[in-house]
Each structure stands twice: as C-alpha cells, then as structure tokens.
Design a protein around this ligand. Structure first.
Ligand code: DGI
Ligand code: FE
Ligand code: FE
Ligand code: FE
Length: 188
C-alpha cells in the first residue's frame, strides 16, 4: 500500500481502539529510537505501525496462516500469544505488499526477539515496551535506559518478561531466552 492514510485505515480495521492507540505509540517511539540510534526512521515507524497487525485476529485464523507457511511445531504447539508476530510478518507481505526484509524481520521478532537481532529489530522491540501508553512496574527505568543504551534497555525489557513468565509458571520460548542471553553476554 503506497498511501499512508489508506494504510492507517487498514491497520485501524484490524484491531480495537486501545490496540490502535498502542500501535501509533509504538510507531512514534520506534521513529524516535531510530533517529537516536541510527536506524532508518521510516522503516522503524512502518514496522511499528504494522507490528501488531494480527494481534486481535482469531487464533484459528492465525493458526491456519502459520500452518500454511510451515512454521515450526515448537511455535504451533506453544504459547498462542507469540503467534501474532509471526502471522503479521506473513500477512503484511501478502495483504499489504510489504517486501522490505528488515521490516518483516522486525515485525516477526518483536515479541520473542532472537539472538543476533538487527538494529531495526531492537528498535521496534524496545519501542513496543516503552511507547507512551505502556504502564507496568519498571517501565520508566527502561525508558531512561533507552535514552542512551538500546541493548541495555532491551535486556531489561526481555529480562522483565522472562521474570513475569516464570512467576506465572508459563513457558519461556527458546528465542526469548537466546535473545536475552545474547544481549547480556555481549556486555562483558
Ligand atoms: O503484542 P503486545 O502486547 O504489544 O506485546 P508483545 O508482542 O511483546 O507480547 C505479547 C505477549 O507475549 C505478552 O503478554 C508476553 C508474551 N510473551 C513474550 N515472550 C514470551 C511470551 N509468552 C510466552 N509464553 N513465552 C515467551 O517467551
Ligand atoms: Fe505484539
Ligand atoms: Fe486485542
Ligand atoms: Fe505491541
């Protein structure tokens, strides 16, 4: 889609009001982070705008798309919360014509992260955690970190999610763990 207004309408149609507000917040925060850390601001904003495109879709619809695209059993048998990211990376390509590989990767890995994340992937992932509408214990500390150290902010964010999952006795997806390990082991 080449028209920005049309794109916003399409995104708006996929989700409820609050999720759309979050989406606009992530797009704005991703642009800011991109400017600060030297990623492409336009790509960051677009990835932010599209990252939760499938978040409010019925799980059956996401499942069907993931199966059709041969996603690993680990993902299909795991936590459904993770599906929207992988589904969106497919759907924004097929339905909206997004072809930029950096953007598709940033959308695909925005929830789990992965080892060796690109700058744009980190920007979108951190933006998802710190956009202005987000409220959770520790968010201001992560926002402060994100003013000068993107990796540190991301390690805090993913570490917080892992802690939260452990408290709830939920499974931690392997990619989330390797993303976290990768960030903290690089620090030295
Ligand atoms: O889509 P958002 O709510 O904006 O945020 P998100 O895509 O980062 O995360 C969506 C949910 O996924 C959130 O409730 C935490 C959960 N999550 C993230 N990583 C993992 C996870 N859930 C499990 N079970 N395992 C993970 O590794
Ligand atoms: Fe998400
Ligand atoms: Fe929702
Ligand atoms: Fe999000």
């Amino acid at each position: 889609l080449d028209n920005r207004e049309e794109l916003l309408v399409r995104v708006r149609q996929q989700m409820h009001e609050k999720r759309y507000k979050h989406t606009l917040g992530v797009a704005a925060s991703a642009r800011e982070l991109a400017v600060r850390f030297g990623a492409d601001p336009d790509k960051a904003e677009l990835a932010g705008l599209l990252h939760d495109y499938c978040k409010c879709w019925p799980v059956e619809k996401m499942f069907e798309i993931l199966v059709r695209h041969d996603m690993p059993t680990e993902l299909l048998e795991g936590e459904k919360e993770l599906w929207h990211a992988f589904a969106a990376a497919i759907v924004i390509q097929t339905d909206l014509g997004v072809t930029d590989a950096d953007i598709l990767q940033a959308v695909r890995y925005h929830t789990t992260g992965r080892a060796g994340m690109s700058l744009l992937e980190k920007v979108v992932c951190v933006a998802d955690y710190i956009e202005p509408n987000r409220v959770y214990p520790g968010v201001d500390f992560i926002r402060a970190k994100a003013m000068h150290d993107l990796d540190a902010a991301l390690a805090l964010a993913l570490g917080g999610t892992i802690q939260f999952l452990i408290e709830k006795q939920k499974t931690v997806f392997p990619l989330t763990l390797t993303a976290y390990n990768d960030l903290v082991s690089r620090k030295g």
